[in-house]
Design a protein around this ligand. Structure first.
Ligand code: BV8
Ligand code: ZN
Length: 258
């Protein structure tokens, strides 16, 4: 079933999904860059995903950092400065409120921004780390653990590691790097334990994050995709809501209140 923005069935679709959510024994939400799009944060693969002449996949790698740490830090510093001026949107706010309504709601994100937290969400599982964290690029004793360093702008670029005089790197997971085992295990367990999974704003092409999302065809979990575009996931969900998250989630929340 799909509901488009101009489709009068939005109310009925929202009422239907409100029913699904209110009957759920446990909810999990998996978000991607699309949930932050309305806040002005460029998505990875959308039109705004370019920086200078580079695509994200070219810069978000250990090889790019080893080759030119300053260039990679200039990209992250540009993103951090842009993000500092962004605000959570209605989708982030609804999800934060739903954590209050359903205290066991697991919120898993692929995003490295902190807009879920700035909307009031807590215990967000960041599969790909945080753009506001830094850690030692060499993994020295003092700099191994990621710590929050939200200096904007970051000066000097690239920042030196206070522990070994090497370089600090952004505390994110780059392509070709393993995700934090504890985080991915917690996320996988939370999604597996849920009977309703909301997938919001992801192209579902990045692994292993995409593999967390269950196949509705298995019949054990009810999966809802909120995305204005079709994705590789779309054929494997129960309901496709072809709307932006900042429109769909408030509509579902309003239906829950009725
Ligand atoms: C690893 C941090 C192994 C950095 C990111 C299996 C199969 C295929 C490929 C692989 C595989 N296993 C590994 C790979 C390779 C790779 C991968 O998946 N590549 C893809 C591109 C094919 N994966 C990895 O390298 C991972 N590592 O597997 O390591 C390993 C194991 C052991 C030991 C050593 C190594 C690591 C992946 C993590 C990469 N880091 N981010 C940074 O941000 O700087 S991923 C990056 O993509 C972001 O985090 C982003 O969130 C994420 C996913 O993208 P999306 O969130 O989906 O964003 P996208 O732009 O694609 O889509 C946005 C969607 O929103 C669209 O559908 C759009 O229609 C929609 N939308 C737009 N507006 C709205 C909206 N929706 C709702 N409302 C709106 N308003
Ligand atoms: Zn160090």
């Amino acid at each position: 079933m799909t509901a488009g923005a101009d489709d009068p069935r939005l109310q009925r679709a929202s009422a239907y999904l409100a029913g699904v959510l209110s009957r759920a024994s446990r909810l999990a939400v998996v978000t991607g860059a699309g949930v932050s799009a309305a806040s002005g944060v460029p998505t990875f693969r959308g039109a705004g995903g370019l920086w200078r002449t580079y695509r994200a996949e070219e810069l978000a790698t250990p090889q790019a950092f080893d080759r030119d740490p300053r260039l990679v830090w200039e990209w992250y510093d540009w993103r951090r400065q842009h993000l500092a001026a962004c605000r959570p949107n209605a989708a982030h706010e609804v999800l934060a409120r739903w954590q209050g309504r359903w205290p066991e709601l697991a919120l898993v994100t692929q995003n490295v921004d902190d807009l879920h937290e700035r909307a009031g969400a807590r215990d967000v599982l960041h599969l790909h780390g945080s753009i506001w964290d830094v850690r030692c690029a060499r993994g020295c004793a003092r700099g191994r653990a990621a710590v929050r360093d939200d200096r904007v702008p970051m000066v000097p670029l690239p920042p030196p590691c206070p522990g070994c005089g090497g370089l600090l790197r952004p505390g994110v997971v780059w392509f070709g790097e393993a995700l934090d085992a504890t985080t991915i295990d917690r996320a996988a367990a939370a999604v597996a334990a849920s009977d309703v999974v909301l997938v919001v704003g992801t192209s579902a092409v990045v692994h292993p994050a995409a593999a967390l999302i269950p196949d509705a065809g298995a019949g054990r979990q009810f999966v809802v995709e909120v995305n204005p575009d079709e994705t590789p996931l779309s054929a494997r969900v129960n309901v496709q809501v072809r709307l932006p998250a900042e429109v769909a989630l408030p509509a579902i929340e309003a239906a829950l209140a009725r």
